[in-house]
Every structure is written in structure tokens, then in C-alpha cells.
Design a protein around this ligand. Structure first.
Ligand SMILES: C[S@@+](CC[C@H](N)C(=O)[O-])C[C@H]1O[C@@H](n2cnc3c(N)ncnc32)[C@H](O)[C@@H]1O
Length: 242
């Protein structure tokens, strides 16, 4: 997979050279290219922003340098192009899965007051990473890259797993524990050391449902639930344990 990023702050992506993304790059699973679109400014001053039509505080990024930079990328016509924007569709795991199936993704990072709105004619969709405003699209781009790359076949080693994770089937992941069995008086749930696989499966499913019910009830409405899940949910609503 190829991921191109258009930014005014390429140095912010130095951290991509670590952990799972670095390994995926070294294995040839992903190629990430960072472009400074200031290099494409036709102004002598290399300026890439201007005042807002209609007035108002803050500078708006003009289209010229961004669009020229975009067009310089081989294969940009067929690549999936996204703009990071607080007004975009809120990013979710399902979108990460969708992006991980692409051959080529291009991510545009705005800064200052954002990009001239006519940029929508040059991208496929606008993505927000949540209902808050960051000063630039670099952190959203990083979050998108990380969530996508770890889904690429071969990106994760044996020590990590995407088999069962939060948001799989719309539920939050169950709690997990490691040694020691007791830490400062806090014990690991007994069932997890029982060796009874069926009991462990039921316990984890129950925990997953309970966490989702208490912390993210909005997800439950979209979750794929079995007859057993519905029985568990009845118990959870009555405040009962498994
Ligand atoms: C300061 S923000 C611009 C905010 C814009 N004036 C508004 O109110 O919608 C500058 C850039 O940061 C990025 N950004 C900020 N918050 C974001 C979010 N929640 N999701 C995705 N991108 C974001 C976008 O690329 C945006 O163009």
C-alpha cells in the first residue's frame, strides 16, 4: 500500500519511523511519502495562505500549492484522496478497515484556519477524528495511518493481535490481565485461571457486553448480537453477574 501525506510540517511525521509502522515499512508492506506542499507555491515568498473572503480572523490555505502538489503524485487520479477536517465524517474502525483495502491513499493536512473550501472538488471525502479542533491535520493523519497500517496483512507480529479488539462487531474489548495473579491486593478474575475455555469465552463475552452497555451504549444499537448475548444483556441490565 502507498500512503502520501501533504503537509506544511513534514518533520512532525518523524515518529512514523518507529514500532509497527517502521516494521511494516521495512517489510515492504507500506510505503509512506511525506510532501511539503509549500515547495509547490508559485509565490516568491513561498506563502501558501491568504485572507478570508468576506473577512474574519485567521488565514486560509490557498488551493494552488496543494493542488499542484497533489497532481505531482504519480497515480493521484485513481488514489483515494481524503482531507482531514473537523467538519468531516467521524473516523471509525470500519473506515480504517475500508482504507486498509486500498492500494493508494492520499491524506491532506490543513493548518491555520483550514483550506479553501473548494478543495472538496479535489478530494473524495473529508474525515474528522473527533469533535474537537486541533491546530493541524498532522495528528489526525498520524492516527489514520497508524490505524490502517496495523490492519495490513503481515504488519503485526505474533505478540500483537487484531483477532478480537474493541469495535469488532461494534463491541468494546473485554478486560485483559497478565502476571502477577495478585497485584497490591487486586486479583485477576478467578475464571481466567480456571483452564476452562468455555467458561473463559462466556466470561469475556459477558465483560465485553457489560463494558459496552455501561461505557458506550450507542454502540450496542449497531452490534451484531446472538441469542446468548441478549440473555447476558438481560442479566447486565438487572445488575447480575454471570
Ligand atoms: C485549526 S483547524 C481549522 C478549523 C476550522 N476553522 C474549523 O473550525 O472547522 C486546522 C486544520 O487542522 C485539521 N483538524 C483540526 N481538527 C481536526 C479534527 N477534529 N479532525 C480532523 N482534522 C482536524 C484540519 O486539517 C484543519 O484544516
Amino acid at each position: 500500500m502507498i500512503i502520501d501525506v501533504l503537509t506544511l510540517f513534514p518533520e512532525m511525521f518523524a515518529a512514523l519511523n518507529s514500532s509497527i509502522i517502521k516494521r511494516a515499512f521495512e517489510k515492504g508492506i507500506v510505503k509512506i511519502r511525506i510532501h511539503n506542499f509549500r515547495d509547490y507555491s508559485k509565490k516568491n515568498s513561498r506563502q501558501v495562505d491568504d485572507y478570508s473572503y468576506g473577512g474574519g480572523a485567521g488565514m486560509i490555505q490557498s488551493l494552488q500549492a496543494i493542488v499542484d502538489c497533489l497532481r505531482s503524485i504519480p497515480g493521484y487520479e485513481t488514489a483515494h484522496k481524503i482531507l482531514t477536517a473537523p467538519v468531516g465524517k467521524v473516523y471509525q474502525q470500519s473506515k480504517a478497515v475500508e482504507f486498509s483495502k486500498l492500494d493508494h491513499l492520499i491524506i491532506l493536512c490543513g493548518h491555520y484556519e483550514g483550506i479553501d473550501d473548494r478543495i472538496e472538488n479535489f478530494v473524495d471525502e473529508e474525515i474528522s477524528v473527533g469533535d474537537y479542533v486541533l491546530s493541524g491535520g498532522e495528528i489526525p493523519a498520524f492516527a489514520i495511518i497508524d490505524s490502517v497500517v496495523r490492519l495490513l496483512p503481515g504488519a503485526l507480529g505474533n505478540e500483537e493481535s487484531i483477532d478480537i479488539e474493541s469495535f469488532d462487531g461494534q463491541l468494546l474489548e473485554y478486560p485483559q490481565y497478565t502476571r502477577p495473579e495478585v497485584f497490591e491486593g487486586h486479583k485477576v478474575p478467578k475464571v481466567l485461571i480456571s483452564g476452562d475455555h468455555e467458561k473463559v469465552r462466556k466470561f469475556r463475552r459477558f465483560q465485553s457486553l457489560e463494558r459496552t452497555y455501561r461505557r458506550r451504549p450507542d454502540l450496542l444499537a449497531k452490534a451484531e448480537l446472538t441469542a446468548e448475548d441478549l440473555k447476558f444483556l438481560e442479566k447486565i441490565k438487572r445488575g447480575e453477574r454471570l
